[in-house]
Design a protein around this ligand. Sequence first.
Ligand SMILES: Nc1ncnc2c1ncn2[C@@H]1O[C@H](COP(=O)(O)OP(=O)(O)OP(=O)(O)O)[C@@H](O)[C@H]1O
Length: 273
Amino acid sequence: MELQRSWQRLLGLWTDRPLPKGAIIAERYTICELLGMGSYGLTYLCIDEQTGDEVALKGSKPSKGKLSARLLSREADVMSRLQHPAIPKLLNAFIYKGRSYIAIEYIRGETLETYIFEQGQRYSERECIELASQLLSPIAHVHQQGYIHGDVRIPNVIMKDGHLHLIDFGLARQMGEPLLPELKRRMRELPAPEDEPATPDQDLQDLGHFLLFMLYSAYEPEKGKAPASWQEELDLQPDLVIMLERLLGLRPGYEAGASELQAEMQRILPKLH
Ligand SMILES: Nc1ncnc2c1ncn2[C@@H]1O[C@H](COP(=O)(O)OP(=O)(O)OP(=O)(O)O)[C@@H](O)[C@H]1O
């Protein structure tokens, strides 16, 4: 059994190996580099030879069979309903040599994860709320279309010329829809409520964690001090603490959703440094 699993893993590595730089997909997209290899797909930076534009081309993983193709087609379906300046446009969806692909507008910038963890960028309280408020605009748009993003995290937010863009709609789902049973294994390490039907609250809760990551960028731990809760470690403006506690489910949340949160952010912004 163990031998069979190892053999399948090896076979998967071989069949899913990335295509080389310069390869042309569907007589149209020339690969410049591999951007990432997720659990269900590979993403390349390509040049669209028809338009000359850079595109992010996501392809399914053959070793993951129909599930990988199904997830890409779901992602394309959600993206085709969205139209927002802070969400990359879906440009094409097709099958080539048995693999499914989607071409997405390429956002040339860096993720907030790169800014914080690789470039050591620190954000003040005011900057954190300004950025979260910017991000709330595409999130609110997704909610208005009847979906949740489902994966609002710092690696899925790209900053380009000072403006944030929300990417990766691979876990997006319709309001009320439970997580695909096939994906539950992938989400195992995440806290609940992934089993529950999708609600806007889940994206707002993720935005709470997103804010904590941003706020911790400026945190300098005192030598020898034992780790404590974020409320103790971060010396935050009281209104901001309440907002975070509401987002993280420690107090009643924002029942009216993103618009209520946006109003609250605008209210507390002048009080922040
Ligand atoms: N539209 C885009 N513009 C610029 N970069 C992108 C775009 N889409 C994805 N990327 C980058 O490509 C890489 C792969 O991203 P993607 O979200 O497709 O999958 P992943 O994060 O590797 O895997 P998973 O789907 O499992 O989360 C990431 O570094 C991401 O920043």
